[in-house]
Ligand binder design. Structure first.
Ligand code: PLP
Length: 368
């Protein structure tokens, strides 16, 4: 990423952009001419998804049991869309395909134009079953677009845009793609692209039409961030070289070790169903009377360890261990050992030795 800037209108520039778009699309399992890169964070990706495919004021269905689902819903409301949440979801729940199927089946007038699903809820450490949700929409025979937020899944967890028939997927550069924040990557289906050409709501910076028109020739409608494009070139290359199946397996294996370590501390995780535990982030509940914020700030100041804080209603009640991106067992041993020390300092006795031994038993047992 550290290089002299270059002319993004030069004849050479498409030699960077065209293969980059092709390989980024491969990473998502989408066709290259249906992937776009916007200079924004993931939040900008939400806006790209919504404004380019939905008619003004459209109604959307949101399974909402976490901070980022809340924020996506909030963005949609502020853009003038009507958001209906799936009832009776608790933080720690995954979206229920059965409940989605029954809500959509009851929507005989097809009021819902889209269903917004956070693939991996970074606040709770819960992963949604996207193929089952796609099947639920099909079972209900409902035409709603399936939009997914893959900010903390894409590049780490299995994601197959075209095979799973997702209509719009968004991600940001700063998680599985291992870069600074600054790129929103958005993939579309044929149907979503067709919608982008007909919807009438206002769009300017995030208008997909000039973006795709210029991308087709290897250019951008406005000045792209050259360092971010070179960074993406490197990170997509790393992931494709490792192999997407291997990347997903690595995260699954590492996450099993983290969960084994947390179990050794006898601390509960936020995710309420073992089948939905996230392989990129583990949200750990702290005992009553212990403020999780103190653990996070103590870990940072005393041990230079960045834990995630509890978000929304989990503030003070939970902390998070992120395990996405370029990561191996050695790095996690360090994080788990230091977490145990910070916990103990803050009045939650936790053994570094037990945690590392529990993780090692998992990693030794099934390392491949
Ligand atoms: N969606 C999810 C699942 C996230 O984890 C985040 C950020 O952590 C966002 C959306 C928001 O992305 P950004 O902070 O890049 O705007």
């Amino acid at each position: 990423m550290h290089r002299a800037s270059e002319d993004h209108r030069s004849v050479a520039f498409p030699h960077l952009v065209l293969p980059l778009l092709r390989d980024t699309a491969r990473l998502l399992g989408a066709e290259p001419d249906r992937v776009a890169l916007f200079m924004a964070s993931g939040t900008g990706g939400w806006e790209v998804a919504l404004t380019n495919t939905l008619p003004p004021g459209a109604q959307v269905l949101l399974p909402c049991a976490g901070h980022f689902a809340n924020l996506w819903g909030d963005s949609a409301r502020r853009l003038g869309f009507a958001v209906e949440t799936v009832p009776e979801m608790e933080w720690g729940d995954a979206p229920s395909p059965e409940r989605i199927a029954s809500i959509l089946a009851a929507d005989t007038h097809h009021r819902f134009a889209a269903i917004l699903v956070v693939h991996n809820e970074t606040s709770t450490g819960v992963t949604a079953d996207l193929p089952a949700i796609r099947a639920a929409i099909d079972k209900a025979g409902h035409p709603a677009l399936l939009m997914i937020d893959g900010v903390s899944s894409i590049g780490s967890l299995e994601y197959r845009h075209d095979d799973w028939r997702v209509d719009v997927a968004i991600t940001g550069s700063q998680k599985g793609l291992m870069l600074p924040a600054g790129l929103a990557i958005v993939a579309f289906s044929e149907r979503a692209l067709a919608a982008a050409n007909t919807v009438t709501g206002p769009r300017a910076y995030f208008d997909l039409r000039p973006m795709l028109a210029q991308n087709a020739d290897g250019y951008f409608p406005y000045t792209p961030s050259i360092p971010m494009l070179y960074g993406l070139r490197e990170s997509v290359g790393m992931l494709l070289d490792e192999g997407l199946d291997q990347v997903a397996q690595r995260h699954a294996r590492l996450a099993r070790g983290v969960r084994a370590a947390v179990a050794a501390w006898r601390l509960p995780i936020c995710c309420r169903n073992a089948a939905s535990t996230s392989n990129t982030v583990t949200t750990i509940m702290t005992p009553a009377g212990i403020d999780a914020r103190k653990i996070v700030s103590h870990a940072f100041t005393k041990y230079d360890l960045s834990l995630g804080g509890g978000l929304g209603p989990l503030a003070g009640k939970a902390f998070r261990i992120g395990h996405m991106g370029w990561l191996n067992e050695g790095m996690l041993f360090g994080a788990l050992g230091l977490t145990a020390m910070a916990l103990t300092d803050c009045g939650v006795p936790a053994s570094a030795a037990d945690a590392c031994a529990a993780a090692a038993a998992v990693w030794h047992g099934d390392a491949s």
